[in-house]
Design a protein around this ligand. Structure first.
Ligand SMILES: O=c1[nH]cnc2c1ncn2[C@@H]1O[C@H](CO)[C@@H](O)[C@H]1O
Ligand SMILES: [Zn+2]
Length: 368
């Protein structure tokens, strides 16, 4: 491509969106494996329950199973990814490849989450699980740097909401806060497991000046969001898409209820994951995703992948889906990216540096 073809506005297609510097806040390490890696790790560790034995068929199996219309069924597919992430080699390889795949897609900043308590089956300790994973992120960052690009990847530790280890996981996150763990989260089936069950973990994070997000308002509605912000003090909402239930759209202008107003007034970031929301049945279709209304009402919306393997997706693809559904332009994509970077859990000065020196200049080239 000659230099001239890079002048002026670039077409809003997948190739150009891949070149945009993107920030990703909500991506599960155990939901983003390469199918070929699952097969190779399964062979290495003797896991014989994979539903397919070639990479293409396995990828298809994940995508089709994830289009289940139910969060609980969607989550069942993780049995196969978690099974091959029990050893130092498995954890490190998956983490390294995650960084490489994100960098290839033009992601410049990512917060990757996973639940250490699910990786103890082969005898690793919680601390060892985190160490091997962080080692993989570091390897990935070095490999990307060696190829002349840069990406910053940090980690969030997730506790499973049906289990009872959240305080322990919050403590684990704090032990690693100087080594790349920047926050805490809870995930898993939402109905029946309200955030307030884990109040002691969130209080421990707050008492230690540490940040956390909560999966809330995905499979279950507004009460979950209310608890997450009013009782638990979440800094961000994982999904949060059901905030739409507190917006009355029957009149000529949308009217916000108390919870929706609070979320918007306090600029609480929404980690929206379009494809995942369709797969779990949180929304009917991409075209009906509340993203557009929430963005128009100036909620702090961010674009995320949730689980790249399950959604057969990437950050660029999620953005392209929104462009196709809602007609967004480059300045919208830049705004969503800056929203994400402003909402990141790394220190303020580092967020600003990425916004001013990486994101804005990167989008300026594309905007033309
Ligand atoms: O969209 C989601 N909603 C709730 N839980 C999820 C979602 N995606 C993944 N996990 C859960 O988080 C664990 C740690 O990464 C995964 O093992 C999965 O059970
Ligand atoms: Zn998630």
């Amino acid at each position: 491509m000659g230099a001239d073809s890079l002048r002026g506005p670039q077409p809003l297609d997948l190739a150009s969106i891949r070149r945009a510097p993107k920030a990703l806040l909500h991506d599960h390490l155990d939901g983003g494996l390469r199918p070929a890696t699952i097969i190779s790790l399964a062979e290495a560790c003797g896991y014989d329950k994979l539903p397919a034995d070639d990479a293409v068929a396995l990828g298809t199996w994940f995508r089709e199973s994830a289009y289940s219309g139910s969060l609980v069924r969607y989550l069942e597919t993780f049995a196969h990814t978690v099974a091959v992430m029990q050893t130092p080699e498995g954890l490190t390889r998956v983490a390294r490849e995650c960084v490489e795949d994100l960098a290839d897609d033009g992601v410049v900043y990512a917060e990757i989450r996973f639940a250490p308590e699910q990786h103890l089956e082969a005898g690793l300790s919680l601390d060892e699980v985190v160490e091997h994973t962080l080692a993989g992120f570091a390897e990935g960052e070095s490999a990307v740097a060696a190829s002349g690009r840069t990406i910053r990847v940090v980690c969030l530790l997730t506790a499973m909401r049906h289990a009872a280890r959240s305080l322990e996981i919050a403590e684990l996150a704090l032990r690693f806060r100087d080594r790349g763990v920047v926050g805490f989260d809870i995930a898993g089936a939402e109905a029946g497991y309200p955030p307030s069950r884990h109040l002691d973990a969130f209080e421990h994070m707050r008492a230690n000046n540490a940040r956390f997000t909560i999966h809330a308002g995905e499979a279950f509605g507004l009460p979950s969001i209310h608890e997450a912000i009013a009782f638990c003090g979440a800094d961000r909402l994982g999904h949060g898409v059901r905030i739409i239930d507190d917006i009355d759209r029957t009149g000529s202008e949308p009217t916000l209820g108390l919870v929706a107003n609070y979320v918007r007034d306090k600029r609480i970031p929404l980690e929206l994951c379009p494809t995942s929301n369709v797969q779990t049945g949180a929304v009917e279709s991409l075209a009906e995703h509340p993203f557009a209304l929430l963005a128009e009402l100036r909620f702090r919306v961010t674009v995320n992948t949730d689980n790249r393997l399950l959604g057969d997706t990437t950050m660029s693809n999620e953005m392209l889906e929104l462009v196709t559904a809602f007609g967004y332009g480059w300045s919208d994509l830049e705004r969503f990216t800056i929203n994400a970077m402003k909402s990141a859990f790394i220190p303020f000065s580092e967020r600003l540096r990425l916004i001013d020196h990486v994101i804005k200049p990167g989008f300026a080239v594309l905007i033309g």
